[in-house]
Design a protein around this ligand. Structure first.
Ligand code: MG
Length: 264
């Protein structure tokens, strides 16, 4: 009984103390959270070294191997759709397709987890603009995580927004751009995240990116979703599409060809 009284008295004292602390916490002034702005997650140095890749080819770099799913064979966009599930309306011509900025992003109808993706892209010869407003597009893995596409040939930008960056996260190891008018080749090896029950990563997504035969990302851990403003978020998801970005910058639109994927 004595012990019970002691415990209840101790509990009362503790509650009184907590109430007391509550009052003082309310009165205490903390600094206001600063409003996040895009520039807060952009950094410009050190700029990755420029590496001149091997010569570009007029023909596709390598055609699809026997076990690949062909996502674009030069003829039509039947493997693609708009995010709303409508037909993909980008422009198919001469074995390639070109972004139609009026119609927005496109994505594969099929959803994927772990894969090796091959995709070729070309900045038009008449490209204009500077910084992020020059041939901006991107490849999104599982609809969440962007590998940047941009004309970084004689065009500087923040390094974690360069071609081959995990956008706003990890800069590329080097700059292996070909000049506008020539085809660039991306080979992307991606492994999907595994989530814990609470929605955080047990294993984060990882990505390796090779541009024109030159390594840009070496099994890089992805920190979370691609955010233009603020920090990456960890959002639980399942299999997702490959998405291609229709960026709002006014420069001439870029083209793609020879797209295939091997599930791993
Ligand atoms: Mg982009």
């Amino acid at each position: 009984m004595k012990q019970k009284n002691f415990i209840s008295k101790a509990l009362c004292a503790l509650l009184a103390c907590a109430a007391c602390t509550g009052v003082s916490a309310q009165q205490k002034e903390y600094p206001k959270q600063e409003q996040m702005r895009p520039g807060m997650s952009e950094y410009w140095t050190p700029q990755p070294k420029i590496v001149t890749p091997g010569e570009a080819s007029e023909r596709a770099a390598v055609s699809a191997p026997s076990d690949a799913i062909v996502l674009f064979d030069g003829k039509d966009l039947s493997a693609w759709e708009s995010p709303k599930g409508e037909p993909a309306r980008w422009i198919v011509k001469d074995g390639a397709f070109t972004v139609d900025k009026k119609t927005g992003d496109i994505q594969t109808k099929q959803k994927f987890e772990n894969y090796q993706l091959h995709i070729e892209w070309r900045i038009p010869e008449n490209i204009t603009g500077t910084n992020q407003g020059r041939g901006n597009s991107g490849v999104f893995m599982q609809g969440q995580y962007e590998i940047q596409i941009l004309d970084c040939y004689n065009n500087e930008t923040y390094v974690n927004g360069q071609t081959g960056s995990v956008y706003k996260q990890t800069p590329p190891l080097v700059n292996a751009m070909r000049k506008p008018g020539e085809w660039n080749v991306y080979d992307i090896i991606y492994s999907a995240p595994i989530f814990k029950e609470d929605g955080t990563y047990r294993i984060p997504p990882y990505v390796t990116v090779i541009q024109n035969g030159v390594l840009l990302q070496n099994h890089t851990a992805i920190l979370g979703t691609t955010e233009y403003i603020g920090f990456p978020k960890v959002v639980k998801h399942g299999a997702g599409p490959i998405s291609l970005q229709s960026h709002g910058d006014p420069s001439p639109a870029i083209s793609f060809r020879n797209v295939w994927i091997r599930e791993l």
